[in-house]
Design a binder for this molecule. Sequence first.
Ligand code: IPD
Length: 291
Amino acid sequence: ADINLQEVHDFMIEIARKVGERITSATPSTGAAGSKKNSVDLVTETDQAVEKILSTSLHEKYPTFSFMGEETYKPGDKLTDAPTFILDPIDGTTNFVHRNPYVAISLGLAINKSPTVGIVYNPFTQTLYSAIKSHGAYLTHFLTPQPQPQKLKLPLHPPTPLTPLSTCLIAIEWGSDRSANDFAVKSRTFTKLAAADGGMVHGLRSLGSAALNMCAVAAGEMDVYWEAGCWAWDVCAGWVVLGEAGGRVVDANPGGWEVGVDGRRYLAVRGGEGQEGVIREFWGLVEGRFE
Ligand code: IPD
């Protein structure tokens, strides 16, 4: 049956807005939840509660759709071709725990494994990035001067052409995997990008939310985002926004022009002329390969 993507999109926004209050009013507590694979892979009771509320609403409204969520994922779960909601209830959990407001609900819908609807909502700033494949990307500020809040809805446009990588502002994350080969590849590449005899890029930023990083690239506030180790729920929603703003996602490892939403290694580049050149330049500075 045909899926009414606009209706799905509007419903996703409605429930994210509602549950957003739960996030902003919470006292972040890792309590019984704590950490997952190590002491920097945090999860709070709020992550779990928010995932439960959202998944319940989604199941009720769309009972035939599949669901994949950060907090209920089990090793071996695979993304299928079925319409699948892909959810990170709090992307930026570490920020949340530290009361840093760079946090988002990342809710995507993939169909045939392709990111198709995406909403990335920061409940602290009440900023929403949203997109439906082939229908453009939007930015909505729900908080505007008092007393009459007004809604801004702007199409996101890719700004100026992308010039050499050295002039780029790059989002790059350590992630929660702090050991072994992948950590070494990251460390060497960070250095290579920054060094005078390397890329000597304008700047590297680790803001702590993959979903917001994708949206920052979509909006042209960042030029490139590179990370290995994050998951489909971190990137699915932002991917739609980025794609609709003219951006592109390829593999974090050099040479991978095609990467799936569950590929776990991503190089995202904003829209604008020169995109392919920047991707090739970036790959040229990656020191090693992720496993
Ligand atoms: C994390 C954030 C972070 C990224 C990690 C993700 P979480 O998601 O997106 O920026 O570096 O790889 O796991 O754990 O806060 O939902």
